[in-house]
Design a protein around this ligand. Structure first.
Ligand code: IPM
Ligand code: MG
Length: 368
């Protein structure tokens, strides 16, 4: 049986609860001789701050570099509102993304048949939805320098964030978008704000140029990011792959998440450059949702985004596409049986806890 090295970083809030369901899944794969996932665990976010006064330690970073994949829960919470900016929980996540070079963040938004009524949008708008938001993850305003607050000395302060993109950063994410589209419905929508931002002008130019040179067979359209947000809620099925920068991608993927009924449903994969020698890439898998401190520790969290994120690991890191399909089918069938966590509960369905949902998914896997 194949063997892989995982680093599990559960983080804060509901992170540990949803991570427990991944561990249940790992147990299933080991027991059935499908794969042996050797997992180490580490602290990240507020949990790490409490222990070490930083959001992630160098030792944990070294483990992340050495792992075949990092599985990440969630970070943050009001408890750490006052910690220094450099040590805030989110800094741990951002360091992982940056230091591992995970520039490509794949966020699929899929509406499971059983959940078409859980969305706040009409059934016909979301039924059968299957789109991907491809978010640039290591550049833009998240990391651009200068990033400062300066005291102007006259009772005023000035805050600066810097939005910066080089050609290569845009080109490599656009390339992933075109490659993904070729395996899907062959359409890419690129979103930026070239009517206001220089980075938008360059973004548009680079995406356009790459398509003309290498991807003429893929349909490309451009949308201003604000109009794109509007189109996402008006008629999301017009999209196939949306490619956009770090900040717009953050916002648009939260919008896309709600199309599926709940933030608790959206998985993501963050991938780095392919290593020419090993044919592998650094990778981290995390749900799009946050740490949800308001429901943490109550067994209410929806583990599906976390489990589906592990499904993406099976697909992109471990070449186990069939197992990934099986996991997706198991999730769909648990939902089909009417099991719902609180976030997706509707009339006539059965409310279950985090662990009951995890158990049900693994139970369905046993049957498939
Ligand atoms: C996300 C989150 C993060 C982000 C936060 C936790 C820093 O919102 O992954 O979408 O802004 O990227
Ligand atoms: Mg976000």
């Amino acid at each position: 049986m194949p063997s892989f090295k995982l680093l599990l970083l559960a983080g804060d809030g509901i992170g540990p609860e949803v991570m427990a369901e991944v561990k249940r899944l790992l147990g299933f794969y080991a027991k059935n001789g499908i794969a042996d996932f050797q997992s180490e665990e580490g602290l990240v976010g507020g949990a790490c701050y409490d222990a070490h006064k930083v959001a992630i330690t160098d030792a944990t970073m070294a483990k992340a570099h050495a792992a075949d994949a990092v599985i990440f829960g969630a970070v943050g919470g009001p408890k750490w509102d006052k910690v220094p900016f450099e040590a805030r929980p989110e800094a741990g996540l951002l360091r992982l993304r940056k230091d591992l070079g995970l520039f490509a963040n794949i966020r699929p938004a899929i509406v499971y048949p059983a959940l078409a009524d859980a969305s706040s949008l009409k059934r016909e708008v979301v039924e059968g939805l299957d789109i991907v938001i491809l978010r640039e993850l290591t550049g833009g305003v998240y990391f651009g320098e200068p990033k400062t607050i300066t005291d102007l000395g006259n009772g005023q302060k000035r805050a600066v964030d810097t939005q910066v993109y080089d050609t290569y950063e845009i080109e490599r994410i656009a390339r992933i978008a075109f490659e993904l589209a070729r395996q899907r419905r062959n359409k890419v929508t690129s979103m930026e704000k070239r009517n206001v931002m220089k980075t938008g002008v360059l973004w548009h130019e680079v995406v356009e140029g790459l398509q003309a040179r290498e991807y003429k067979d893929v349909q490309l359209e451009h949308m201003l990011a604000d109009a794109g947000g509007m189109q996402l809620v008006r008629w999301p099925k017009q999209f196939d792959v949306i490619v956009t920068d770090n900040l717009f991608g953050d916002m648009l993927s939260d919008v896309a998440a709600m199309l599926t009924g709940s933030l608790g449903m959206l998985p993501s994969a963050s991938l780095g450059e392919l290593d020419a020698k090993t044919k592998r890439c650094k990778a981290m898998y995390e749900p799009v949702h946050g740490s949800a401190p308001d429901i943490a520790g109550k067994g209410m969290a929806n583990p599906i985004a976390m489990l589906a994120s592990f499904g993406m690991a099976l697909r992109y890191s471990f070449n186990m596409g069939k197992e990934a399909d099986r996991l997706d089918a198991a999730i769909a069938s648990a939902l089909g049986k009417g099991l719902r966590t609180a976030d997706i509960k509707s009339e006539g369905t059965k409310l279950v806890s985090t662990s009951e949902m995890g158990e049900a998914v693994v139970g369905e896997l046993e049957k498939l």
